[in-house]
Design a protein around this ligand. Structure first.
Ligand SMILES: NC(=O)c1ccc[n+]([C@@H]2O[C@H](COP(=O)([O-])OP(=O)(O)OC[C@H]3O[C@@H](n4cnc5c(N)ncnc54)[C@H](OP(=O)(O)O)[C@@H]3O)[C@@H](O)[C@H]2O)c1
Length: 279
């Protein structure tokens, strides 16, 4: 296992889970107040000074709707900056782990997406993340590109918390039932990232989400399970994407197929674990 670990985006939702997962290796965690990854000089200065063996990039612009009106910023953070980090990683001989999303795909394929399927994003956030995938692969060979989806976990605003706080004040909730995907608990993703590194797996693209039935689950299924596990009585009413117009188009089918060896546990077990740890 790498000796010196640098985690970018260390205070984000996934970054916090990564800092905990790699705690025994005393990782250096940097977030926006320590480094602006869109500034190549800062990236080079930090990485060339620290000379890490492993860099994990969890820094990103993650406001999917906001990206529609802030495309330059989204492209800078999620796209160009990934190239800067990758080039600096190559210069010091570090392995780079980077995260991407199911939103790089168009969501037309009901069977889901394999690691080597051709991306075709339908919104600005997805395009910015796709640019990052390209910049990563252009600038270094020693990378793990991990696509994931529907993240939730401690230290961040997430769907589960939003649904549960609404459920506490409402008798019924309408939730979208025509977008299919796979939720991912950040603690499981951080743990699986470490397993991937420790198994010296081949560099390349990986799809990591919690496991669901093959066709995935909907936001309605996800909300219903969270409410049931929390012993709340709120009625969950299925509705269509059209009932909640948003600035960014969402893919209908975003199931990421994992055809490689390391897998995450079942989504219901992961959700139960998350809820049992909440105060
Ligand atoms: N959340 C999801 O559902 C989801 C789904 C699929 C894939 N992903 C991917 O998974 C990864 C982790 O996502 P997350 O939800 O944990 O993200 P997050 O909670 O939004 O954390 C991202 C972190 O990056 C920081 N950051 C933003 N711009 C920066 C810059 N220019 N320089 C340095 N740091 C900067 C943010 O700081 P501020 O808070 O100050 O902006 C934040 O601490 C990302 O690559 C994301 O695209 C997420």
């Amino acid at each position: 296992m790498a000796k010196k670990v640098l985690i970018l985006g260390a205070k984000g939702m996934l970054g916090t889970a990564l800092m905990a997962e790699f705690f025994d290796l005393n990782p250096v965690g940097l977030d926006r107040e320590d480094i602006d990854i869109t500034d190549q000089n800062q990236v080079n200065q930090k990485i060339l000074n620290l000379r890490p063996d492993l860099i994990i990039n969890a820094a990103a612009y993650t406001d999917v709707d906001g990206a529609e009106s802030n495309q330059d910023l989204a492209n800078a953070v999620n796209g160009t900056a990934v190239g800067y980090v990758a080039a600096a990683a190559k210069q010091v001989g570090a392995i780079l782990v980077h995260y991407s999303t199911d939103y790089v795909f168009d969501g037309q394929n009901q069977a889901g997406y394999n690691e080597d399927d051709q991306p075709n994003s339908i919104n600005a956030y997805g395009r910015s993340k796709l640019l990052g995938e390209e910049e990563l692969q252009k600038n270094t060979d020693q990378f793990y590109l991990i696509r994931t989806a529907w993240l939730y976990g401690p230290s961040g605003k997430n769907f589960v918390d939003t649904i549960l706080s609404l459920a506490k004040t409402k008798e019924s909730l309408k939730v979208v039932n025509d977008q299919f995907g796979r939720p991912t608990y950040t603690i499981d993703l951080a743990h699986t990232t470490r397993k991937l590194l420790e198994s010296n797996s081949e560099f390349g693209i990986y799809h990591f989400t919690n496991q669901t039935k093959p066709e995935g689950i909907t936001w309605f299924d996800f909300a219903s399970e969270a409410i049931k596990l929390s012993d709340l009585k709120t009625a969950v009413v299925p509705c269509s994407t059209k009932d909640f117009p948003r600035p960014a188009k969402r893919p209908n089918y975003g199931v990421l197929q994992n055809n490689k060896s390391v897998t995450l546990r079942n989504w219901q077990e992961a959700l139960k674990d998350y809820l049992s740890k909440k105060i």
